[in-house]
Write a protein that binds this ligand. Structure first.
Ligand code: MEV
Length: 319
């Protein structure tokens, strides 16, 4: 039986997370080393509308109808059914697999949304361009995160480094040099929705302080954009570490993240910070290619449960 197969990468927020929710700029890059794959197998002889969801990694094999309406995947498929203006999906198996750790700031939900939309639009013969995919993926992101900025679905849909300001035209950043990034995972799952809601609560209570932090993050992000364009890797490192300090002031870091950031810096990283919504999840360290192994080892010794070497290639930013 032939299948339709689509995949979408993971992502890293290089700088500007949280502040981006408050209309400050942020920069994100796609990470091809991790991805979600969605395969759809048509079952023309099966009962009308029978959709089976298979996620072998978590032992899931369920008839879509039997899932609760609040289940995120069911909710996403309900939105997509409305979008495609169909009463039910043709009978099929939807098989999902992913190498992106969930709830850890690497874009697992946005990656699933983009891969799912791409696979379904192909399966239903309804072509969608990237702009449309991104718009619909943003609607699905709201199921997972409540008040997303839209940066995750944007960087994953276009698969290029983006300089992103909420509500403004997307700007792609042409890299001039590859970026070697080591990602270190705390092993702590943390809800993006909760972290974003926590920042909002503190922003409401301490508005001046938080507005100033967000503006300082915005300035750093703009400087990083310039340094990326000029290939000044060590300058970017210094700015990333400054961004981490501002994330600590926002109270979205935690001891485990701070220890991994310290360990990466001691092992010779140009700069390091938490990435994504924080309170667990992952940190990133910008390194020279020659320092990858020593930074990975230092992160493991400091308690990282896993590390990934991500290489962001200049070609990703061209065109
Ligand atoms: C999550 O990857 C990044 C946050 O800034 C939330 C968002 O932008 O939607 C924390």
């Amino acid at each position: 039986m032939t299948a339709i197969s689509r995949s979408a990468s993971g992502k890293l927020i290089l700088c500007g997370e949280h502040a981006v929710v408050y209309n400050r700029p942020a920069i994100a890059v796609p990470v091809d080393q991790i991805a979600t794959s969605v395969k759809i197998f048509a079952k023309p002889l099966a009962e009308k509308g029978l959709v089976t969801i298979l996620i072998p990694q978590i032992g899931m094999e369920s008839n879509l109808k039997n899932l609760p309406d609040s289940q995120p995947l069911k909710h996403s498929l309900a939105i997509l059914q409305d979008y495609f203006k169909i009463n039910h999906f043709p009978a099929c198996d939807i098989r999902i697999s992913s190498t992106i750790p969930i709830s850890s700031g690497l874009g697992s939900s946005a990656s699933l949304s983009v891969a799912l939309i791409r696979a379904l639009s192909e399966f239903l013969g309804q072509k969608m361009d990237n702009e449309e995919i991104n718009r619909v993926a943003f609607d699905l992101e709201k199921i997972h995160h409540g008040n997303p900025s839209g940066i995750d679905n944007t960087v994953i849909t276009y698969a290029r480094p983006v300089y992103f300001i909420r509500g403004e035209e997307i700007e792609f950043i042409p890299l001039v040099k590859p970026l070697d990034i080591v990602i270190g995972c705390t092993g702590i799952r943390a809800s993006t929705a909760q972290a974003v809601a926590g920042v909002r609560e503190r922003w409401i209570n301490q508005r001046l302080k938080y507005d100033e932090i967000f503006s300082n993050v915005g300035k750093i992000t703009t400087q990083i954009r310039e340094s990326l364009r000029q290939g000044k890797i060590s300058d970017i490192g210094l700015l990333l570490t400054q961004n981490h300090k501002l994330l600590q002031e926002m109270e979205v870091s935690c001891d485990e993240l701070d220890e991994l950031v310290e360990a990466a810096m001691s092992a010779g990283a140009f700069g390091a910070k938490l990435t994504g919504s924080g309170r667990g999840g992952n940190m990133l360290a910008l390194v020279d290619a020659s320092a990858v192994e020593q930074v990975k080892d230092a992160l493991t010794q400091a308690g990282a449960v896993s590390t990934i070497h991500a290489i962001i290639q200049p070609s990703k930013g061209v065109g």
